[in-house]
Design a protein around this ligand. Sequence first.
Ligand code: ADP
Ligand code: MG
Length: 256
Amino acid sequence: MSILEIKNLHVGIDGKEIVKGLNLTINSGEVHAIMGPNGTGKSTLSYALMGHPSYEVTEGEVWFKGQNILDLEPDERSRLGMFLAFQYPVAIPGVTVANFLRSAINARRRAENPEDKGVSIPEFRKMLKEKMSMLKMDPAFAGRYLNDGFSGGEKKRAEILQMAVLQPSIAILDETDSGLDIDALRIVSEGVNTLMNEEMGVLVITHYQRLLNYIKPHFVHVMMGGRIVESGGPDLALQLEEHGYDWVREKYEAAE
Ligand code: ADP
Ligand code: MG
């Protein structure tokens, strides 16, 4: 079953078109990777999917679990089961990781049923303990203030824990930023591999071929000039590592 279907998506920032007719379908149980050179619109795509107000969708459709989501607010998309890992997570001193996660769960429960009293503290603690043990995380981590003084790896850990608790239908991980050291790569990839199941889909956006040595994508796509210009299996990532993007660019320019 298709979870996410992007049809002819065009996205602009300040009137400048960045994403120019992108098509992509992700079915449940599939991990897709989008790779591509810097400035090609990968982050623009992920922000537009999540409904960031600065990114204007000028054409196209995005279907998520059978619903056209382009008119929905970011929080509505999130409640439907979309999850976007932030490249620059915000620090919230005074709010622990555990409290943040409990608020997130309660917000979602109340959206489904305004009468909901929220998850009880013992129930939440038990669930959090299980998730943290599954992800091999130190329980003390839950007591720290969210992203406050976190290392790159710890930010990734908080992100993956959030994903474990919210159990999204689709996780979009934009990992293009520098500062993804080996530790962070390992945390993200082990987390995704542990949490991945037949009901969900994952979209990993990266220009690091290395990440794909850890997360095994079923499909690899190359984005260039705001569009997907080449798709293939995991071998495509290896080809890109070995030969770079020039051969794709030449092929794409020849076809224009
Ligand atoms: P990628 O993630 O593939 O490196 P981006 O989506 O970040 O690419 O950027 C694509 C293009 O859009 C770049 O030319 C970038 O300068 C431009 N861009 C991105 N964000 C903004 C913004 N907030 N305002 C203006 N231009 C932007
Ligand atoms: Mg980017």
